[in-house]
Design a protein around this ligand. Structure first.
Ligand code: HPA
Ligand code: ZN
Length: 343
């Protein structure tokens, strides 16, 4: 038993993986949160790392977001953003991640007086350091906070304009239920005209209809979460037929109670229906695990075989914003790896 668990652990760690759904602010570990709070003179409503961790008992997306935005307030200097980003890539390297497209929420910082240049500049410094240190390449997707509305999103896009050569795409995150994708049509149309690739969170807490709207109204290329598609057989068929990637975050879904338990997670049913699902960590510091732990726990709970895990890892490259030759090279490496490590 133990042997087979170690064997699966090793298999997952060695499997080349891309992470396509991870909010960099959600990789802020409590230890770094306290260090930066002390350094920057920011007062936190907790006295210790243990007290913070005890607060990670969420009952909804909003209960998490309240804490997540508060904690991001410790990030002030460019070096803070760089340290945060480097720490994430150190963990990704340990987990056998080889490529990432990371989400970054400019408005979380500009709204409290930290400039786009400071915040994004620090993230890009961290990305450059990680590439030097680990050879991991990555790209940035800026996300619009949907609870602030479309006009604020358009303002963010225009503030990002000088940096667009270093940003691959636009996403949509934050509180989903009261802020449907269809409200952001002008923003997504404008971003597409600027050459950005498009993704959006939909069908995390919101209904399958939001996944449809993200595709029909916003013309997104990938859907983040998208798990409520499980309620709509026609939508599942459409996702399968079009090869649309879903960036699924299993541990997040359990922690935010959008799925009751990991063994009931719709990922297996979506996968079996032919949907291109991927496995990601979302906000790893808050939801109990980074990329490897998401793969491991999901494999165990849903009985995913090595061949199935390899297919899911291959999906993470097929769905990436990379040139076709690079995607094909990674998929070929995964197929070779799976052949050598079957049984
Ligand atoms: N959903 C929406 N917004 C977010 C999330 C999430 O899971 N994580 C960080 N911002
Ligand atoms: Zn997310």
């Amino acid at each position: 038993m133990l042997d087979s668990q170690n064997d699966l652990d090793d298999f997952i760690r060695g499997l080349p993986k891309a992470e396509l759904h991870m909010h960099i602010e959600g990789s802020l570990e409590p230890e770094l949160m306290f260090r930066l709070a002390a350094r920057n003179g920011v007062k936190l409503p907790y006295r210790s790392v243990e007290e913070v961790k005890a607060a990670y008992d969420f009952d909804s997306l909003q209960s998490f977001l309240d804490l997540y935005y508060m904690a991001a307030g410790v990030l002030i200097r460019r070096e803070d953003f760089a340290a945060l980003t480097e720490a994430y890539f150190d963990r990704l390297a340990e987990d056998g991640g080889v490529y990432a497209e990371i989400f970054f929420d400019p408005q979380t910082h500009t709204a409290r007086g930290v400039s786009m240049e400071t915040a994004l500049g620090g993230v890009l410094d961290g990305i450059a350091a990680a590439e030097q240190r680990h050879g991991i390449k990555s790209k940035v997707i800026i996300c619009c906070l949907r609870h602030l509305g479309e006009a604020e999103g358009l303002r963010m896009l225009s503030e990002a304009e000088p940096f667009l050569d270093r940003i691959v795409g636009l996403g949509l995150d934050s509180s989903e239920r009261d802020f449907p994708p269809a409200d952001f049509k002008r923003l997504f149309t404008a971003a597409r005209a600027q050459g950005l690739r498009l993704v959006a969170h939909a069908g995390e807490e919101g209904p399958a209809a939001f996944v449809r709207d993200a595709l029909d109204v916003l013309a997104v290329e990938r859907v983040d979460h998208g798990i409520r598609a499980i309620d709509d057989p026609e939508l599942i068929e459409r996702l399968t037929k079009n090869g649309t990637t879903l960036t699924v975050c299993p541990l997040s879904n359990v922690r935010l109670r959008t799925v009751k338990a990991l063994h009931e997670h719709p990922l297996r049913r979506l996968f079996e229906a032919g949907v291109k699902v991927t496995i990601n960590s979302d906000d790893p510091a808050y939801f109990g695990g980074y990329l490897h732990e998401n793969y491991r726990a999901t494999a165990k709970a849903l009985d995913l075989t090595k061949a199935e895990l390899a297919e899911i890892a291959a999906n993470s490259f097929r769905g990436a914003f990379l040139p076709d030759e690079e995607k094909e090279a990674w998929v070929a490496r995964i197929e070779d790896y799976a052949r050598r490590h079957q049984g």
